[in-house]
Design a protein around this ligand. Structure first.
Ligand SMILES: [Zn+2]
Ligand SMILES: [Zn+2]
Length: 287
């Protein structure tokens, strides 16, 4: 079993050390995990920080990249002997102008895996309760879709990440605000999104955090998985988006079952930002 979306306490909204997450991953039987600390470079917001040894450090500081990389590599070496592979990753927040705002060290760090996600519209997190509504009040549902998907699609062109995170994140608070029809928000954007993903070899993740928030489906929901498969997308990773060791691996088996039912050949793994599909027969032998 793999979990490719984990936030250790470097993320300012997470708890638990790299060591504690690795231990928890072994206990639940994971074979591979990717640490994906948030990299929010939008200076208009106020989240451009990470925690390093109990201190708030600006994401542009080389101190945190060095500490993060060496911590994950040294801990990973120890856990590899115990059958757990640990990847160095990051979750990049995409917004217009992101490429120029990312610190130099981002481009020179030897990441195994990079997630790209859209949390921010007009510098406001649509993933945050109480804040998302500020954005929703400004836009009709169609306008929200235009904005969200144009940021997502334009970001793919930058070639700064490997998979798109939680494609239908707008659903988390948007469903209550706009109603059921938000489940179709992606439809007018599918062709452009998938052709861009194919041309830039970008995959997508199935994010299981929604299952822990009482939602019925992971993100994206099954209909979107199937639509992307029909458009020829074959690279899928799975992640819990755990912000505490307790949540590591949660919902992964349920999500993988959906990926299988949706007709994908297997989940993908990454090494040095190169993906490999693990066929179901091999995956099931290993796990
Ligand atoms: Zn995210
Ligand atoms: Zn995340």
């Amino acid at each position: 079993m793999f979990d490719y979306h984990i936030h250790p306490s470097y993320s300012i909204d997470a708890e638990g050390t790299v060591e504690e997450f690795c231990r928890a991953a072994l206990v639940v039987g994971l074979k591979e995990i990717a640490f994906t600390t948030h990299l929010d470079a939008d200076r208009v917001g106020d989240d451009c920080y990470v925690n390093v040894k109990g201190k708030r450090v600006d994401i542009a500081s080389s101190v945190w990249f060095e500490d993060y990389e060496s911590r994950i590599r040294t801990t990973g070496d120890r856990y590899e002997e115990q059958g757990l592979r640990v990847l160095l990753g990051v979750e990049v927040d995409c917004f217009p102008g992101v490429q120029g705002a990312l610190p130099e060290r981002f481009f020179s760090t030897d990441f195994d895996f990079i997630i790209g996600s859209v949390h921010l519209i007009d510098h406001i997190a649509i993933s945050a309760n109480g804040r998302a509504e500020e954005v929703f009040r400004k836009y009709s549902m169609e306008e929200l879709g235009e904005r969200y998907f144009s940021i997502l699609i334009d970001s793919i062109d930058l070639e700064i990440f490997d998979v798109l995170a939680h494609i239908d994140l707008y659903r988390r608070y948007g469903e209550v605000f706009y109603g059921e029809s938000i489940h179709d928000l992606w439809k007018p954007h599918l062709k452009e999104l998938s052709s861009k993903m194919l041309s830039k070899r970008v995959g997508f993740e199935i994010n299981t955090s929604s299952l822990r928030r009482g939602m019925q489906q992971p993100m994206p929901e099954e209909r979107i998985m199937r639509a992307l498969r029909d458009e020829g997308i074959s690279t899928v990773t799975v992640g819990s988006d755990a912000h505490t060791p307790f949540d590591v691996g949660k919902g992964i088996n349920v999500a993988l079952d959906m990926v299988k039912q949706a007709g994908f050949d297997g989940p993908s793994t990454y090494r040095k930002r190169k993906s490999t599909i693990i066929p179901w027969s091999d995956y099931e032998k290993q796990n």
